[in-house]
Ligand binder design. Structure first.
Ligand code: ATP
Ligand code: MG
Length: 383
């Protein structure tokens, strides 16, 4: 792939009024001013009809603004040749919009074909991109969109938008049409991809949770296409600028902020561990009062096997796997505190086991510690 390129996008007092909109229904986008720095994901979020799609389409000039300017790397989009502009911007449209009579490979190669790339270069790029979005090229290249699942179609849509390695991507509810599990997987894959691509991305959703997860920056729009707030997810959750934003982010914004923090942000509690075969009499003398007398049984690589409570611990002899009770949820340092808390609640336990990349025990996290973290954050914001 070529060197990383990303563009800065600036909305400079941009408005769009559709013909026929009167005083009662002023405009689709009203005086929008914001700047998206190169390499960042900016999420446009807001209720249906608040002007998200209109804002995106003004960037690639599928819609022309009524007033104001959109600058890409400082250059006015209105002065660019329109086909050239569009080819330099990846676009994933609402409801995917693959060409039904073209194969997956032909769909992905749309812009390279328009750019006149030779056949072998197109083909190599198609396979590279399918791999990148998690579709086996040999299996999917020659299929038609109708023969794909919703999630696969979304991936092809993303691959097609990435085809010419554009410095800017517009994504209109790219993961909107799939079930929550597939959606979460696509989100995670896309964030991982973006780690290396570092494109500038304008991403539209009406789902505040998706906005918080995907956005480096979030622009909250309200009815009439007005910008209600522009900031980082944490700023918006900590300090909603208006009653509208407060209602939109929800009464559970404290909980939502936990989705922005990860297990690595906490100081892990040390785990009292014992290995298979260890002498029970010696293990009895360990101080496991922090974990209610429970000792974590691990294998010779330090990987957890299960908890042994004071009542399961024999007076003497070696420790065996059969003595261990089922395990707490396993977390890693990247698990968000929101997910960690949800896992603890689901498992009806107080303590989660944190493992490192090799699966060895790194320490413990408790539900109390997570709620204490949330409380500290809340106090810090009101201070
Ligand atoms: N071609 C058009 N002519 C007149 N009004 C339009 C046109 N396209 C959109 N609108 C209106 O402009 C407003 C913004 O539409 P837009 O499609 O940008 O909303 P959106 O935020 O993307 O909504 P959704 O979440 O439902 O996709 C809406 O009130 C819509 O009815
Ligand atoms: Mg829309």
């Amino acid at each position: 792939m070529s060197a990383i390129r990303a563009a800065t996008v600036t909305f400079d007092h941009v408005s769009k009024r559709y013909p026929g909109t009167g005083a009662a229904h002023p405009g689709a986008v009203e005086d929008l001013t914001l700047e998206v720095p190169a390499g960042k994901i900016c999420v446009l979020v807001g209720p249906s009809g608040c002007g998200k799609t209109t804002s995106l389409k003004m960037v690639n000039r599928l819609i022309e603004p009524t007033s104001g300017r959109i600058l890409i790397d400082g250059a006015d989009a209105a002065e660019r040749e329109v086909t050239d502009l569009r080819r330099s911007i990846g676009y994933v449209i609402q409801q995917v919009g693959l060409f039904p009579h073209q194969t997956v490979g032909e769909n992905v190669a749309t812009v390279p074909r328009l750019l006149g790339w030779p056949e072998d270069r197109r083909r190599a790029r198609v396979d590279e991109l399918l791999g990148l979005v998690g579709l086996e090229p040999d299996l999917h290249r020659d299929r038609y969109p109708a023969a794909l699942s919703g999630g696969e179609r979304q991936r092809v849509g993303v691959a097609r938008a990435l085809a010419a390695d554009p410095p800017l991507m517009l994504m209109d509810e790219p993961f909107g049409a799939v079930d929550p599990i597939v959606r979460e997987r696509l989100q995670n894959e896309f964030l991982r991809l973006q780690d290396s691509l570092a494109k500038t991305i304008l991403f539209v959703t009406h789902d505040i949770d998706e906005a918080i997860k995907m956005g480096d920056l979030i622009a909250v729009l309200e009815a009439g296409g007005r910008l209600a707030q522009f900031g980082t997810p944490d700023e918006i959750l900590a300090h909603p600028a208006s009653e509208f934003v407060g209602r939109f982010v929800g009464a559970d914004r404290g909980l939502k902020r936990l989705a922005l923090a990860r297990v690595r942000d906490l100081v892990l509690l040390p785990a009292v561990t014992a290995q298979l075969g260890d002498d029970a009499a010696r293990v009895r003398r360990l101080d496991a009062s922090d974990s209610a007398g429970f000792v974590l049984l691990v294998d010779d690589e330090g990987r957890p096997i299960g908890w042994i409570g004071p009542r399961q611990l024999p007076d003497s002899g070696g420790l065996a796997a059969a003595m261990a009770a089922p395990m707490s949820p396993l977390l890693d340092r990247r698990t968000t505190l929101k997910d960690a808390l949800a896992m603890l609640i689901d498992a009806e336990v107080q303590v989660g086991i944190v493992v490192d990349e090799r699966g060895s025990v790194a320490g413990l996290v408790t539900a109390d510690e997570i709620t204490a973290y949330a409380r500290r954050e809340r106090e810090a914001q009101t201070a």
